[in-house]
Design a binder for this molecule. Structure first.
Ligand code: PGA
Length: 238
């Protein structure tokens, strides 16, 4: 699975150009594009060969929440996925695990698949507490039930920095995440998808995707460049 998070970048014209190049790939790997919410409706209608996702949703279905967008509105616009708990929202919008859980539950309730982001800051990794930190984040952010669930492990210090986690650390963390989710009783017996994110580029995608416990990648910066993103998709096809 290869997910592109465009963040607050792009325009309809850029979105169409990117989606056109990316749509040339067949169903393998599963591709999900998460553009700004304003583009979901138009792009999902024009490019049904890929899946579409949003970058965030509100925990309530509707109400007096000026500026917010609910999961059902995103679904209505053509989204199938929604990212929740991205570190930029956890840090910049003070979203705690309880808020992330509420958003994930709102997504599940309307049939969207949540992509729940977790990941440790640099000081926690340096202290050797990364596994413990992510377990706690995960246990409190998981929805009570979810027929389909994607977890994205994104070390905060690797996002947009050009630094990536070491392969053995990615492997250890992904194995740990799968155990925590299984222990919580979610998707037991089923395969949950755990993605790696944080400065994924064409140069490192292949080795990351070769780890048996890595089910895909979540790509920020490189997803805005058709050549780079398509070469990451190629790496996932091999
Ligand atoms: P990056 O972003 O690929 O630019 O590091 C990843 C993300 O924020 O999801």
């Amino acid at each position: 699975m290869v997910v592109g998070n465009w963040k607050m970048h792009g325009s309809l014209a850029l979105g169409e150009t990117l989606a056109k190049s990316i749509s040339t790939f067949a169903n393998r790997p599963h591709i999900v594009l998460c553009p700004p919410a304003t583009l979901i409706q138009t792009l999902s209608a024009a490019f049904p060969a890929v899946s579409w996702g949003a970058q965030d949703c509100h925990a309530h279905r509707q109400g007096a929440f000026t500026g917010e967008i609910s999961a059902s509105m995103l679904k209505d616009a053509g989204a199938n996925y929604v990212i929740v708990g991205h570190s930029e929202r956890r840090a910049g919008h003070h979203e705690n695990d309880a808020a992330v859980k509420a958003k994930a539950e709102a997504a599940v309730e309307v049939g969207l698949i949540p992509i729940i982001c977790v990941g440790e800051p640099a000081d926690i990794r340096a202290r050797g507490d990364a596994l413990q930190y992510v377990s706690s984040q995960l246990s409190s952010s998981l929805p009570e039930t979810a027929p389909d669930l994607v977890i994205a492990y994104e070390p905060v210090w690797a996002i947009g920095t050009g630094k990536t986690a070491m392969l053995e650390d990615i492997e250890a963390m992904h194995t740990h995440i799968k155990q925590v989710v299984a222990h919580k009783g979610q998707n037991q017996g089923e395969k949950i998808r755990v993605l790696y994110g944080g400065s994924v580029k064409p140069e490192n995608a292949r080795e990351i995707l070769l780890c048996p416990v890595v089910d895909g990648v979540l790509v920020g910066g490189a997803s805005l460049d058709a050549v780079q993103f398509c070469s990451i998709i190629e790496a996932a096809r091999k």
